[in-house]
Design a protein around this ligand. Structure first.
Ligand code: UT7
Length: 324
């Protein structure tokens, strides 16, 4: 029997504290004008002292379960994407599992930085397709504020903290125009590009947490090409064309990347969900944050075809084609 997974509901959480571009300009040689013009970002949220990735993730997961109308008793898998775990181990996923009162099933982290949510979604989808899980929480949660070099204006203005989650449930048959579900997922990585986007610390190499380092212009260039390629790959695998997409729900890194990718696909920016202005780049959290907002405000409607895509450190990149 063919099985597929379907998104039953979404949840989002942003920490209370808002840091505006003008706030940053008080201590850095930058300006609201530069940040808005180059990135589209207006402000970001920053986790409170003592508030961790697991806290953000638990809020988002609870909201997703409520939105889906699914009880934690029915969940047998948690896959959590993060590059900013609370601890080297145990995983952030098992901490969330404990907080949700789940003492069965399996929970683990996935690390693919800004592509993390797509990698986690693909993992959970494949577990469900294989019959190894019935219902999954897929979470993207990050506290990038903890790995930023706050004296480096080229990077610290770009990122923020947040979490988003979806609930997946198994269904029989294959998704189709009348049947919602994840149609296909497509993952890629290429380790040769490590030095363009990385953190300069870690338990084994330096015994420190380290700080994020990025060659922004190069990452930008690769992002537009890789994202357009993987979107074509996802569409081609299913005999679809760009115009069939109702919504692109991209990783929210930079509004200019979103505009350039849409242009390359010959799609109007009106069909791209853009939320980067409100929370900056939240890495693995950004796709579920954008998805939750567009599902909540009614932009995404039953039957719509969604294309989720992301690119991040590694490099990693990927896409997921979904019938809502
Ligand atoms: O999630 C995936 C990972 N990340 C990304 O996708 C990010 C990809 N890259 C980008 O979004 C863009 O490359 C940036 C927003 C990071 C930078 O934009 P850019 O147009 O590529 O600027 P640039 O790095 O070429 O820098 C242009 C100028 C430089 O000054 P000079 O050398 O021309 O005098 C920078 O020093 O802008 C300067 N600059 C700034 N000025 C004011 C860099 N950061 C800032 C800043 N405020 N915050």
């Amino acid at each position: 029997m063919t099985r597929h997974s379907r998104i039953m509901g979404c949840g989002a959480y942003l920490p209370e504290r808002v840091l505006t571009n003008s706030d940053l300009a008080k201590t850095l040689d930058t300006s609201d004008e530069w940040i808005v013009a180059r990135t589209g970002i207006e402000h970001r949220h920053i986790a409170a002292e003592g508030e961790t990735t697991a806290d953000l993730a638990t809020h988002a997961a609870t909201a997703a379960l409520r939105n889906a109308g699914v009880d934690i008793k029915d969940i047998d898998l948690i896959v959590l994407a993060t590059a900013t775990p609370d601890f080297t181990f145990p995983s952030t996923a098992t901490q969330v599992q404990e907080r949700l009162g789940m003492t069965w099933g399996a929970a683990f982290d996935v690390q693919a930085v800004c592509s993390g949510f797509i990698f986690a979604l693909a993992t959970a989808d494949n577990f469900i397709r294989a019959g190894q899980a019935k219902a999954a929480l897929v979470i993207g949660a990050e506290t990038f504020s903890r790995i930023l070099d706050w004296s480096d204006r080229r990077t610290c203005v770009l990122f923020g903290d947040g979490a988003g989650a979806v609930v997946l449930q198994a269904g029989e048959g294959a998704p189709g125009p009348e049947k919602p579900g994840i149609i296909s997922t497509h993952l890629h990585s290429d380790g040769r590009y490590r030095d363009l986007l990385y953190v300069d610390g870690g338990p084994s190499a330096t015994q420190t947490v380290g700080h994020l380092r990025m060659s922004g212009r190069e990452v930008f260039r690769h992002a537009v090409v890789n994202l357009a390629d993987v979107v074509h790959e996802a569409l081609g695998a299913n005999g679809l064309k760009p115009d069939d997409i109702d919504w692109i729900v991209p990783h929210q890194a930079n509004k200019r990347i979103l505009t350039s990718t849409a242009k390359k696909l010959d799609l109007p920016i009106e069909r791209v969900v853009v939320t980067v202005e409100k929370h900056a780049n939240t890495s693995a959290a950004s796709i579920p944050l954008a998805l939750a907002e567009a599902a909540e405000d009614g932009r995404i409607q039953p039957g719509h075809l969604l294309l989720l895509e992301a690119m991040g450190g590694g490099f990693t990149w990927g896409a997921a084609l979904i019938r809502w």
